[in-house]
Ligand binder design. Structure first.
Ligand code: HEC
Length: 245
């Protein structure tokens, strides 16, 4: 059988060859591709623009209700503030805090003649607070956190804030009243309730720590300050005889 030299060469019929797509298809594809960018542009613009009208929300649920947010205007009240101050004398349920000794450290009575308050500080821990080594440890920890910065870990008044303030005072860059020496005659002579009130409300130039230190911790600090004082002024009878010189 003779080889036909033309057998393997074959050419497509002209009507099967790929032709260029017609212009309208190319144009339609380009337009469609560009259209898919539109949402991206809209989202991008929304993200940077600020608008006063609320966004379109398909499912509102309950996110838009008439209500007052903090610090907004309200036409209801004469002073136009939606935030109302706490009415004086309001007591939340369970927060009457009747116990003067525990909550305040003092009791007071109006003196009819002078019109002044007669203040009486309590001595001793209130009944709710039980003296224990646990209480003293808690007091030590709290004292070292809240008080030692000024009064020093030992209570003599040489905490770092105090020393720095005195340094600045020498350079006339600050006015400073030195932190009290907690071992002084005066402070040792104060009733426990007085100490408690000093922690709670502060005294003279010392700010109060009532906002940071809860009631039980204040009493723990009082107990610890008493222990600190005792450590420096123990009576001879508290020292074991063999250690007495
Ligand atoms: C920011 C520094 C500072 C801190 C913190 C501080 N104090 Fe004082 N404290 C003072 C200064 C200053 C005085 C003296 C105030 C004066 O004489 O005007 C003082 C005075 C006192 C007195 C003497 C009050 C008296 O009877 O005359 C006591 C007690 C006392 N502080 C206890 C505490 C306790 C307890 C804490 C921790 C809860 C504490 N302080 C935290 C600065 C401080």
């Amino acid at each position: 059988m003779a080889e036909d030299p033309k057998r393997d060469t074959f050419s497509l019929p002209t009507d099967l060859q790929l032709r260029r797509a017609p212009f309208w298809i190319v144009a339609a594809i380009i337009i469609l591709v560009v259209l898919t960018w539109v949402p991206l542009v809209v989202i991008g613009r929304r993200r940077v623009s600020t608008e006063t009208s609320p966004r379109l929300e398909l499912f509102q649920d309950m996110s838009h209700q008439p209500k007052f947010r903090a610090q907004v205007f309200s036409p209801v009240f004469a002073d136009s503030r939606a935030d109302r101050p706490v009415i004086e004398g309001t007591v939340a349920r369970g927060n009457l805090q009747e116990d003067d000794h525990y909550y305040r450290g003092f009791s007071r009575k109006l003196n009819e003649q002078s019109g002044n308050w007669d203040v009486q500080f309590f001595d001793g821990l209130p009944a709710q607070v039980k003296l224990s080594s646990q209480l003293l440890h808690r007091g030590q920890e709290r004292f070292n956190i809240y008080c030692a910065v000024c009064h020093g870990l030992d209570g003599y008044g040489h905490g770092p804030v105090n020393e720095r303030a005195l340094e600045l005072q020498v350079k006339s860059e600050a006015q400073w009243t030195p932190a009290a020496d907690l071992h002084s005659e005066t402070v040792r002579g104060r009733p426990d309730g007085h100490l408690y009130n000093t922690i709670n409300n502060g005294i003279r130039n010392m700010p109060g720590y009532g906002a940071q230190v809860p009631v039980d911790d204040r009493w723990a600090i009082v107990a610890y300050v008493r222990a600190l004082q005792l450590s420096q002024h123990a009576p001879a009878r508290a020292v074991p005889p063999e250690k007495l010189k």
